[in-house]
Write a protein that binds this ligand. Structure first.
Ligand code: ISE
Length: 336
């Protein structure tokens, strides 16, 4: 049984605590931590765990085998560095850290520790739809990927959601899953701003078309439209030399004919659309612990996501093609 300590007891934290307690096999939550004691106590009642308000005490608690970080992104770096120092296995919700500089510190600390400790919470890699596309690409039957056409649409967002968040909160998922899908790294980024929807406001350019080019020359377009009104609509098509592969939906809804029209269902949020992917990523982390392994998105993927996001945010402002350059070579450690 893997004894897990969870840091961060907000909505997402409680969701992961319920998942670890009620769905995941082979793990239990033994400690929870939040700077707000009331939040920690509320979360502890789900799993009957010890309550901490200081994450360092949770991380160094000998009863805690593995640390699950779900605190706000800006707080990840300190928890990650402390957990690496303690030699604990880590699951960290995305983003790894909010700046590329901090991501690099974490990468360097993990490399120095000599052990793979971190799995990053980019859950789309565990979605059945993306997995089917990956499988088709790996079969070699369709040749090399050349272009990807993707949409990331939300029905609506809160009024505090602004232009850079279209990258940091939303396109960040494509940034990770698409380079994994085509097994490549990004070279440059550009953002095209179409006419703004009447449902937006002065701080948010919506929709946006984000363009990414990989080192092998694959061109990717992602329509990010967060006030599309009609649903949570995620699509991905990979055009290859010998065929085009469209991602299937994880849940298939019936097509209904009524009153001289045909209709089907579109999900309305990510927790429904990617519900199985969230469960699968955490179950994989727990199963891998039993085998002494860590797989899935790693700290280097977190660093790549951060530098790509920085280039896209810059491109939102300049309208130019922005280069994406890692400050260091990929450590060999992450090729293993
Ligand atoms: C949210 O944080 C997510 O992770 C969703 O997948 C994304 O669609 C949404 O735009 C984000 O705000």
């Amino acid at each position: 049984m893997l004894n897990v300590g969870v840091i961060g007891c907000g909505g997402m934290g409680r969701d992961h605590i319920s998942r670890l307690t009620n769905k995941i096999q082979g793990a239990q939550v033994v400690a929870v931590c939040d700077v707000f004691e009331e939040s920690a106590k509320k979360a502890a009642s789900i799993c009957n765990a010890k309550v901490y308000t200081d994450e360092k005490l949770l991380i160094n608690d000998p009863d805690v085998d593995a640390v699950f970080i779900v605190s706000p992104g800006f707080a990840h770096v300190e928890a990650l560095l402390e957990a690496i120092q303690a030699g604990k296995r880590i699951f960290c919700e995305k983003p790894l850290c909010t700046t590329a500089e901090d991501c690099l510190k974490v990468v360097q600390a993990e490399v120095a520790s000599g052990k793979h400790l971190i799995q990053l919470g980019f859950m789309r890699r565990y979605d059945v739809g993306y997995a089917k596309v990956k499988e088709a690409l790996l079969s070699g039957e369709y040749g090399e990927p050349l272009m990807l056409h993707c949409t990331h649409r939300n029905p609506e967002v809160g009024t505090n959601y602004n232009t850079p968040m279209a990258v940091h909160d939303t396109a960040i998922h494509e940034i990770d899953v698409l380079h994994w899908l085509v097994d490549d790294e990004y070279e440059s980024a550009q953002v095209i701003m179409p006419r703004v929807t009447k449902y937006s406001h002065s701080e948010l350019k919506d929709p946006q078309i984000m363009l990414l080019r990989t080192k092998k020359g694959v061109c990717i377009d992602v329509e990010v439209f967060v006030n599309c009104k009609f649903g949570y609509d995620i699509n991905c098509e990979v055009v290859c030399e010998d065929g085009a592969i469209k991602m299937p939906m994880a849940t298939v809804y019936p097509t209904i004919r009524k009153n001289a029209s045909v209709s089907t269902t579109i999900d309305t949020d990510c927790f429904v659309r990617f519900k199985d992917a969230y469960d699968a990523e955490v179950q994989a982390w727990v199963d891998d612990a039993a085998k002494g392994e860590i797989n899935g998105p790693n700290a280097w993927d977190g660093y790549l996501a951060a530098i790509t996001a920085d280039a896209l945010v810059k491109a939102q402002q300049t309208g130019a093609i922005e280069k994406i350059n890692a400050a260091v070579e990929k450590p060999d450690f992450y090729n293993k």
